[in-house]
Design a protein around this ligand. Structure first.
Ligand code: THU
Length: 138
């Protein structure tokens, strides 16, 4: 789904998911929504921990929710934060996106800002499963 209305649907789902962010330490609340190859949408929010390093970004929560429900090919990820500027995904999330075939990343604020990037723009030379397996895992 690459239409503007498809993007809006994904951004709205990410904004809704952001409400469940558990971010008492950073107070930086993030929502994400991912679109799978078959058109399903999964959402996530960041989940922090008093042991800070155990915190999970919203994007990875959403992607891993999709994968754990049997959806291994993800086409688009939307990320929503509140503020004037959207937030670009961290390096770890970019690597996880590469693992599951993400092509497009939409970064947005709930109200106005939408920026679209290809994952290639965000992560030029990812480490891919093919390097270990000679092929993509099924
Ligand atoms: N965070 C995300 O969930 N996604 C991003 O793209 C950037 C950072 C979270 C991790 C942590 O809970 C908080 O934002 C501050 O880094």
């Amino acid at each position: 789904m690459r239409s503007r209305s498809g993007d809006e649907r994904l951004v709205r789902a990410a904004a809704q998911a952001r409400r469940n962010a558990y971010a008492p330490y950073s107070r930086f609340r993030v929502g994400a929504a991912v679109l799978t190859q078959d058109g399903s949408v999964f959402t996530g929010a960041n989940v922090e921990n008093a042991s800070y390093g155990l915190s999970h970004c919203a994007e990875r929560v959403a992607i891993h929710k999709a994968v754990s429900e049997g959806h291994r090919t993800i086409t688009t990820v939307a990320v929503v934060v509140v503020g004037e500027e959207p937030a670009m995904p961290c390096g770890a999330c970019r690597q996880v996106m590469a693992e599951f075939g993400v092509h497009r990343v939409i970064v947005a604020t709930p109200s106005a800002v939408r920026r679209v990037r290809t994952l290639k723009q965000l992560l030029a030379e990812p480490f891919l499963p093919e390097r270990l397996l000679g092929k993509r895992p099924r």
